[in-house]
Design a protein around this ligand. Sequence first.
Ligand code: G3H
Ligand code: 13P
Ligand code: ZN
Length: 291
Amino acid sequence: MLVHIKDLIKKAQKGNYAVGAFNVFNLETTLGVVRAAVKMGAPVIVQVSETTIEYAGLKPITQIVESVAKNEAVKIPVALHLDHGKSFRSVAECIKVGFSSIHIDASDIPFEENIILTKQAVDYAHKHNVWAQGELGILRGVEDKAQVPEDMAPFFTDPDQAAEFVVKTGIDTLAVSIGNMHGIKKFRDIGVPDLDLKRLEMIHKKISNIPIVLHGASGVLEKQLEQSVEFGVRIINIDTELRLAFSNAMRQILERDSSIYDPRQIFAPATDILQRVVEEKIRMFGSAGKS
Ligand code: G3H
Ligand code: 13P
Ligand code: ZN
């Protein structure tokens, strides 16, 4: 069933676990994520990016998620979220079609401007009973060719600024930069991301009642995920590992049997493989059985 994100996150706050936020872009990836949540008895956040909205259309992808949540997850709570909304307009459009949560990502503009744009989005979201996620600190590695500096620390979230940001914007959740990185680059060239957990602990101390969001969590080791949950992470974002699982599965299926011409013979097993990745993440996040 489709529910408001606050129902999931308030429960996760009390129970000290994190809810997985998984990116989807079509029927198959939505089925894989929601079926994993059902199998694990776990709450789940299904999220779409602006590029997915461009790809699938806002209404079609919204209705796919709503319909899969309603029909496949009769007793399992599913929340719909906009991932990395870059403008007020994109946030407002998602709110209009019924998202219960949006992310306004103004982390790449100066602090004072980030506050202004984030507050504008938060005020609009709250007027419509929607939760808003803000972001402070820059995550590198979205682009395949992105330059990742030797020393990432200057881009990390500052704990004092985080406290000021929360007060001045009124956000419901905060995405932080603590060594986490988006995209494929960490798998191809950099290796396992190492989180600055001391910094996370300091941020959590300053904003202890605000759920923290860990983006770029594909590839992060289980031990570090567990520790980040201890220090206030309540939402963990996974996209790249799902893309890899889905694409690699399709590639292998076609390589094994080049006579396949019915796409369902490719999509169905690829969806199952994606589902298994989501199940494993749910187990790591501690949200299995918490529906
Ligand atoms: O954090 C970003 C997500 O992985 C979305 O990426 O814009 O390519 O869908 P995308
Ligand atoms: P990954 O690229 O590590 O999967 O991060 C996903 C993410 O943060 C989506 O917002
Ligand atoms: Zn992200």
